[in-house]
Design a protein around this ligand. Structure first.
Ligand SMILES: [Zn+2]
Length: 273
């Protein structure tokens, strides 16, 4: 049986419109590509399911529109912590919240706190994170969290709610934060960083994540795995992260593909292609 992979975090919809700098990034290596060619290449590599992640109101609308027109792609509507300052207004949030009932919207995020870049004030980041957690809880959907150098503030916010389901996307933090996340039943998203980091502590963490909590992702068009550094990352590249992780963890690629795809299907409640 052919292997099937699930790219649980990509920005593939942004290939179609110039809303944020992510659009330009899709063409940074000057290769000819279209949404169709990218999705076709993904399917050809066994990446049969993808989650298109929104980062602003406009970008989330684009994701919803994109997944409506393409098979094998679902949407997560989200406001990235960088963009929080432009999404604190009630009318903006009402428009965003209305998107959640659109077809193929299965999650909220990426949302969280990012103190590394600090592009929005901390108070705005917290307000917009809380708004998204509450929206997800109301509708019974999971969240895709982006937390960078901010776990000390993230945990008290997260722990003030009950029953939050989700994934810590692009996890590159400490063993202590990994254990705290696992204790809350969160999934851990790993991408191409695993293939090129020289940080041995991260390798230990990638080995420690229990198979039933691991999700694969690309964050395409960013974070291209080895050996394709210098090329724009596409969902098809998730296979190389899977191969690397399987080797690191002493697992078969088939076992890892099957487990991570099942995990993602359970988290996002997607059973078909
Ligand atoms: Zn992302």
């Amino acid at each position: 049986m052919a292997l099937e992979f699930f790219d649980t975090h990509c920005h593939v919809h942004e290939i179609t419109a110039d809303l944020t700098p992510v659009h330009d990034k899709w063409f940074a290596d000057k290769a000819e590509r279209s949404a169709e060619s990218v999705l076709e290449a993904a399917r050809g590599a066994g990446v049969t399911r993808m989650l298109a992640i929104g980062t602003t109101l406009a970008d989330s609308k684009l994701a919803v529109q994109f997944v409506g027109a393409h098979e094998g792609v679902w949407a997560s509507i989200g406001i990235h912590p960088h963009e929080a300052k432009d999404h604190v207004q009630a009318e903006v949030q009402a428009e965003f919240a209305a998107l959640i009932t659109q077809p193929k919207v299965v999650a909220v995020g990426e949302c969280g706190l990012d103190y590394f870049y600090g592009l929005s004030p901390k108070a705005d980041q917290e307000a917009v994170l809380r708004f998204q957690i509450e929206l997800a809880l109301t509708h019974g959907v999971p969240l895709s969290f982006h937390v960078r150098e901010a776990f000390e503030d993230f945990w008290p916010i997260f722990e003030s709610y009950q029953g939050v389901r989700g994934v810590l996307h692009s996890f590159t933090d400490t063993q202590a934060n990994l254990e705290r996340a696992l204790g809350h039943g969160l999934y851990i998203g790993v991408n191409g960083i695993a293939t090129f980091t020289r940080d041995e502590a991260q390798h230990v963490i990638y080995r420690t994540i229990p198979q039933h909590r691991l999700l694969l992702e690309t964050d395409a068009p960013f974070l291209t795995p080895k050996p394709f550094r210098g090329k724009v990352c596409e969902p098809k590249h998730v296979v190389h992260t899977a191969e690397f992780l399987a080797g690191l963890r002493g697992e078969s690629v088939a076992g890892l593909a099957s487990a991570t795809t099942t995990n993602a299907q359970e988290l996002f409640r997607i059973q078909h292609t």
